[in-house]
Design a protein around this ligand. Structure first.
Ligand code: SF4
Length: 489
């Protein structure tokens, strides 16, 4: 395996999902279908991808750094042909540089007493470091820094014999957010953590069953949505059909509200809600809560387009593409020479001058993380001739880090943690700045208002109310997401 291309990453100042998962049971082209599924889930992780199939008594694996199309397309097309077998699981990975070592690429697999187990994980365990220290103390040797391997070690040391029981035993010991797909020699397994933080859906393609992070991965292969895997549910698929178990203590649902704001693809249906429609409703709520005297509404493309459409419709203002996005800039964009650095945000966004000239604009973005990009975009729109820039954000201020499977800066680096809204407005240079309120966000989600005693979603990055124990932090093991660490002592 080769390493990731070196170069200056384009800082888009967004939160990032760490993973997408996909699984197929009972289709002769399971490997090829998984390539397509992972391609549709590429937005959930762009640094590496892997697929494991089971064929003729063995796990077959292809796990490589890069984008799905590069890993399994063109001169690498033969890799997909290697993936024989009628069941498969796959994984897209996002990680920071240190965590992108080939040894961390999933799915991971191991031979356990009772058979082999391959595992792919979306989420983050909040007691992984604590468990890992315990396992290492017992003499277990880790080959990666991923928290997924913790689950495999826990399953390996379980005293139960059947693989499904071993996996349940392991998952009863972990805390945090997970949507898993697992493969044995006879079974495809899908599990969501009891709070249901990350998504996982069940689909059907002819006689085959599909598991996927989002419905857009069902659409690409022509599969139909059967239903969401429920929070705390384990689905076990065999040649005899589907069995459903609820082996964990029931917990209140805390689906990640940021999936609707930014992470999930707008064409996905997540927990019964169409993401695009919810984003438009968020924009409409924002227009009611924070109107602005302006001539037009423009999105920071692409993720903010639905919210801007909703804002414009509610405010009865024209929706315009005042900023054009270059789609050919990846996260590993390489600066050609030292001499032409600092093109900054213009590598990705360019103002549409003819549209902006002399106009008062409402600029819609889905979030402000560090504020670095927001500042540059406001300046860019002003330089292109806009008379006024009113910045509106389709999420409440992001003031807290996420520990449930999303790459977030440290809390101290989040702009909303450092200053109030007026301070942020001054820093980014807007004429006015407003965020949707928490209740406005919940209204857009169809919830009336936030239930402060028992919020209907995880909204911890806005509220600081973490629904799942942060044992690795509160237990003194140190702050950080194990899956993002290059080295763990
Ligand atoms: S903290 Fe924020 S990003 Fe993380 S799971 Fe909760 S809502 Fe989602």
């Amino acid at each position: 395996m080769t390493g990731l291309p070196k170069g200056e990453a384009v800082q888009d100042d967004k939160l990032h999902e760490e993973c997408g998962v996909f699984g197929v049971f009972g289709h002769p082209d399971s490997g090829a279908l998984t390539v397509l599924g992972l391609h549709a889930l590429q937005h959930r992780g762009q640094e590496a991808a892997g697929i494991v199939t089971y064929h003729d008594g063995h796990f077959v694996s292809e796990r490589h750094p890069g984008l799905v199309g590069d890993i399994f397309g063109g001169k690498n097309a033969a890799r997909a042909l290697n993936l024989k077998g009628s069941f498969a699981i796959g994984h897209n990975r996002y990680s920071t540089a240190g965590g992108s070592a080939p040894r961390n690429i999933q799915p991971m697999f191991a031979d356990l007493t009772g058979g082999g187990l391959a595992l792919a994980h979306n989420g983050n365990l909040t007691n992984a470091r604590t468990l890992r220290a315990e396992l290492v103390g017992e003499g277990r040797i880790f080959q990666s820094t991923s928290d997924t391997e913790v689950i495999i070690h826990l399953a390996a040391r379980s005293r139960y014999k059947p693989i499904v029981d071993r996996l349940i035993d392991a998952l009863k010991q972990v805390e945090g957010a997970y949507s898993l797909v697992a493969l044995t020699s006879k079974k495809l397994i899908g599990v969501r953590d009891p709070w249901g933080v990350r998504p996982l859906v069940l689909g059907r393609l002819d006689q085959a069953y599909i598991l996927a992070s989002e419905t857009c991965a069902l659409d690409i292969i022509g599969a139909e949505l059967v239903r969401d895997v429920a929070p705390g549910e384990m689905i076990v698929i065999t040649k005899d059909g589907i069995e459903s178990y609820y082996p964990f203590q029931k917990q209140p649902n805390r689906f990640c509200v940021f999936e609707y704001i930014y992470f999930s693809r707008p064409d996905s249906v997540v927990e019964g809600r169409n993401v695009y429609e919810l984003r438009k409703r968020t924009g409409a709520e924002l227009a009611r809560e924070a109107p602005a005297g302006a001539d037009m509404v423009i999105p920071v493309p692409d993720s903010s387009i639905p919210a801007a459409i909703g804002y414009a419709a509610e405010a009865k203002l024209p929706f315009e593409l005042g900023i054009i996005r270059n789609h050919y800039v990846g996260r590993t964009f390489i600066e050609p020479t030292d001499g032409i650095r600092n093109f900054g945000v213009k590598k990705k966004h360019n103002p549409n001058r003819a549209t902006l000239q002399g106009k008062r604009v409402v600029l819609i973005d889905d979030s402000i993380v560090r504020g670095t990009t927001s500042k540059k975009i406001v300046q860019m729109v002003r330089d292109a001739g806009a008379a006024e820039v009113h910045f509106r954000v389709a999420s409440p201020p992001t003031a807290h880090s996420c520990f449930y499977g999303v790459d977030t800066p440290n809390t101290a680096d989040l702009l909303a943690h450092q200053m109030d809204v007026e301070g942020m407005r001054r820093l980014i240079g807007a004429d006015s700045l407003a965020f949707i309120t928490m209740d406005g966000l919940y209204r857009a989600m169809g919830e009336g208002r936030r239930n402060t005693a028992a919020p209907q979603f995880c909204d911890a990055c806005f509220s600081g109310a973490y629904p799942i124990e942060l044992t690795d932090i509160t237990g003194g093991a140190g702050r950080g997401q194990l899956s993002l660490l290059a080295d763990v002592a």
